[in-house]
Unconditional design. Structure first.
Length: 166
């Protein structure tokens, strides 16, 4: 779905940008989310990720998005999650609390199939996704292997612990 003309963009209630530990990738994801927001894909930008660093990834993303002109009123922050399953569950709670349901996901290209499945299991409608490519074919291959390894564990976790309804 990358680089689609504005008339081809799927419409959603919110664009969800998923966090990651690497700053260059995080920046590229936010830039993609901001571009989609400016093109009118959704009126809200949800920045999702607590991460494991000294500060939440969502806060770093908020500063980046605001620095690129996204108004604070169009930003929702989910800073509690530590992984993709948590992103999906916490974002679903946040969106439901705001009367929103459909999302356009932004992450690395290899991450999106697993993320979309987990977001669907959390009860959200996926209108589409936009994937950022890895910097090299070898990194792309390593990411595919990592995603394939993570999928069975996430599915078991999702089935064992149904999402909390707050």
């Amino acid at each position: 779905m990358n680089n689609l003309p504005a008339r081809s963009l799927p419409k959603a209630d919110a664009i969800v940008v998923l966090g990651c530990a690497r700053s260059a990738r995080l920046r590229r994801r936010v830039e993609c989310g901001v571009r989609l927001y400016r093109q009118g894909a959704a009126p809200m930008l949800v920045l999702s990720g607590g991460g494991n660093g000294p500060g939440p990834e969502a806060e770093i993303m908020r500063r980046l998005a605001a620095g690129r002109g996204v108004p604070q009123a169009a930003l929702l922050i989910e800073a509690c999650s530590r992984d993709t399953l948590g992103n999906a569950r916490e974002t679903a709670l946040l969106l439901r609390a705001n009367g929103l349901r459909s999302v356009l996901l932004v992450s690395d290209r290899t991450h999106l199939p697993r993320a979309a499945l987990l977001f669907r299991l959390a009860g959200l409608e996926i209108s589409g996704w936009t994937g950022i490519r890895q910097s090299s074919p070898w990194r792309e291959l390593a990411a595919v292997i990592s995603e394939l390894a993570a999928l069975p564990t996430n599915l078991v976790q999702a089935c064992r612990r149904p999402p909390v309804q707050r």
